[in-house]
Design a protein around this ligand. Structure first.
Ligand code: GLN
Length: 469
């Protein structure tokens, strides 16, 4: 059998079509890898063994009949536990959804299923995606495949670790303030947060509805693009979705803006090698963005999480009155970070505080959008490091404020709804851990962001480095 380690989508497809490997063997390879390494990495919350094999057998039967298969047909992938998957447990890494098995799947899961991709595992995350290290999961701590004493990042930490450890060819994540890009950066993989509305949120556990974006974590920008094309587009079940559009801005030379203050950062070398004529641009204030983010996101969280009342979904505490049912259930089954955000959100939305916090933060959001528009007059994309540094050690950001500060370079694109990608672009000297480069584009210009990422990856091999498990 051909070597199967770290295949790209195209490579796996070619092996299937040329019958060098069967879809069943391919699925079995990932199941074996998970069985062999996941007690060290702890990325998976649920492994879908029997049904994944069954789905693969259908693909094999098709190939045996001489029928053509699509690019994603028979391609095994993993998904963050935020995605509803019919008949497969979906917990959002929360105890409140411990035994929840959804009756239907998210639009994106259905789209991937019709494209023939095979879901092999649901993977770990911060509870309800609140966090940046996956340490807030109610179930387990996922390790960074590059150094098991370090976090994989979050909140899509299981997805990033699963791609880096080769537990699937790609993964689906969600990004509300950086949760695809930051773990991608920490684990040395490629992670794309599309334009807000590009991908349907229907059937995805909500965090903050005006911020949440769904996207791929993959081995390369090329793979991320294949996945995005399969999952994007208008969905009648999500009125915020926008029609498909895949044209890059123009195919010639792009004007790349480097965010002022980061020109000397080592990940910028990857950019400068390919784009010698970068311009320096003023990035909207990260500090203001962070403050606005941590008012607006908890506000939306407190509203979205009202539905976990012990009656409609998941777990319920023993109680003697209706009110007790609500309070006891939420007290018993929500973790500390989820409670903290519910309290902050309820406070900032309360009469008397609304003007001082929520409304002010909304104004900052508008100003930020305008600042981005101004910056994009001088360039097609803005590049920054994805994070301030490499993955930190477990427990190093136990103080929630220190954890929040980690998001300073990623939240602005969510506040403004812009597409942004993180690609591997070097290693930290001291820790030898991967570093990521972030490319932010104009609203709707996901294709431009992907094009530039592909150009950089065509001329570098950071995305082909692998951790020793
Ligand atoms: N780390 C950020 C937060 O905790 C981002 C989370 C996310 O994008 N889901 O809010």
């Amino acid at each position: 059998m051909a070597a199967l380690e770290y295949l790209s989508i195209q490579q796996a497809h070619d092996l299937l079509v040329s019958k060098q490997v069967s879809a069943t063997e391919l699925v079995q390879y990932y199941l074996d890898r998970i069985a062999k390494y996941d007690d060290k990495i702890n990325a998976c919350l649920y492994v879908r063994k029997k049904n994944a094999i069954k789905q693969a057998e259908k693909v094999d039967a098709k190939i045996a009949r001489g029928e053509q298969i699509g690019l994603l047909e028979g391609i095994p992938y993993t998904a963050k536990d935020m995605f509803l998957t019919a008949g497969v447990p979906t917990t959002a890494a929360s105890k409140i959804l411990k035994n929840f098995v959804p009756p239907h799947s998210a639009t994106v899961i259905d789209k991937l299923k019709s494209a023939g991709a095979i879901l092999i595992a649901k993977v770990n995350q911060d509870e309800f995606a609140h966090g940046g290290s996956t340490e807030n999961s109610a179930y387990k701590k996922t390790a960074n495949p590059w150094n098991k004493n370090h976090v994989p990042g979050g909140s899509s930490g299981g997805s990033a670790a699963a791609v880096a450890a080769d537990f699937g060819i790609f993964s689906l994540g969600t990004d509300t303030g950086g949760s695809i890009r930051q773990p991608a950066s920490y684990c040395g993989v490629t992670g794309l947060k599309p334009t807000y509305g590009r991908v349907s949120r229907y059937g995805v556990v909500a965090m903050a509805s005006s911020f949440d974006c769904i996207g791929p974590l993959a081995r390369s920008a090329e793979d991320a693009e294949i996945v995005l094309k399969a999952i994007e587009g208008r969905d009648v079940m999500d009125s915020t979705t926008i029609p498909s559009n895949f044209k890059a801005n123009h195919s010639g030379q792009y004007k790349v803006g480097i965010a002022a203050g980061y020109t000397d950062n080592i990940v910028m070398d990857a950019v400068r090698q390919h784009y010698p004529n970068t311009t320096e641009v003023e990035l909207p204030s990260g500090e203001l963005a962070l403050a606005a983010y941590y008012v607006l996101v908890p506000s939306e969280i407190s509203s979205n999480l009202e539905r976990y009342d012990g009656i409609r979904y998941g777990a319920r505490s023993k109680a003697t009155s209706l009110n007790d049912t609500y309070t006891k259930t939420r007290d018993e089954f929500f973790g500390p970070e989820v409670k903290r955000r519910n309290m902050i959100g309820t406070y900032s939305l309360s009469a008397g505080y609304y003007d001082a916090y929520y409304e002010k933060a909304m104004r900052v959001r508008t100003v930020l959008r305008e600042q981005f528009n101004t910056a994009f007059e001088a360039c097609d994309v803005i590049v920054t490091p994805t994070t301030l540094g490499p993955a930190f050690a477990f427990g190093a950001k136990a103080d929630p404020l220190n954890m929040y500060k980690e998001d300073i370079l990623t939240v602005s694109s969510n506040l403004a709804g812009l597409p942004a990608i993180s690609i591997p672009a070097g290693f930290d000297e001291a820790t030898k851990l991967p570093l990521g480069l972030q490319i932010i584009g104009r609203q709707g210009e996901d294709a431009t962001v992907l094009e530039i990422a592909k150009q950089i990856q065509a001329n570098s091999d950071w995305h082909q480095r692998r951790p020793k498990l």
